[in-house]
Design a protein around this ligand. Structure first.
Ligand SMILES: C[S@@+](CC[C@H](N)C(=O)[O-])C[C@H]1O[C@@H](n2cnc3c(N)ncnc32)[C@H](O)[C@@H]1O
Length: 195
């Protein structure tokens, strides 16, 4: 199978890796939600060999992820698992959860469900790192994010950049406390919570 390519992964992987180095240094098992192509998975797993990096996504993306994982042949990337927020979740628990560019693709109902179900897959001291664009105080942080939001909604009505405050409220309800909100290139953020 030809490996799928997400060029954004090349651009954002270094700044994301810097966050993971800080927050996942003492972690062991990462669950990645919405791995997409799997390019982040192999990059982060290679750079952070102390982690077992469990890639997941909806069933239709698993073959592409597997193609990247097979080509990289890393010892710390188990076979990708199906995770569909409103259908299938893994049965193990993880001490770290990572997700990039997913909350604006899921419907808001799916975002709510994702946070409601997170405690089932988290160990008692787990951390959650989420990368992507967010609004603050009901406003876009840039013109380019406003244009991106319009494009998302045009592509599918349920998509859209989420409000940081609303997402943080879901995290709080799931027993998570925000420990960092890092400004990232291209008007993105990396939000890190701890249980
Ligand atoms: C924009 S892509 C991001 C992929 C990758 N994380 C990246 O940064 O390149 C959004 C991903 O979210 C996944 N996704 C969307 N809705 C989902 C749901 N309800 N459950 C699980 N994954 C979902 C998609 O399958 C897709 O892989």
């Amino acid at each position: 199978m030809e490996k799928p390519d997400a060029p954004s992964c090349q651009r954002n992987r270094e700044p994301i890796l810097a966050v993971l180095r800080d927050h996942f240094a003492d972690r062991r098992h990462v669950l990645e939600i919405g791995s997409g192509t799997g390019q982040h998975a192999i990059y982060f797993a290679a750079a952070l060999p102390h982690l077992a990096w469990q890639a997941t996504d909806r069933r239709e993306n698993l073959a592409g992820i597997r193609a990247w994982l097979d080509a990289a042949a890393l010892p710390n990337t188990p076979s990708p698992l199906e995770l569909h927020v409103d259908e299938v979740w893994p049965t193990q628990r993880f001490d770290a959860i990572f997700s990039a560019n997913t909350l604006h693709i899921m419907s808001w109902a799916e975002v709510e469900l994702a946070f409601a179900r997170l405690p089932e897959v988290m160990t008692a001291n787990a951390r959650l790192a989420v990368y992507g664009p967010f609004n603050y105080g009901g406003r876009f942080t840039s013109e380019s994010n406003a244009a991106f939001d319009a494009w998302l909604k045009q592509s599918a009505e349920h998509q859209g950049i989420r409000d940081f405050e609303a997402v943080d409220a879901l995290a709080a309800k799931a027993g998570l406390r925000l420990i960092e909100d890092r400004v990232m290139p291209s008007n993105n953020r990396c939000l890190v919570w701890s249980r």
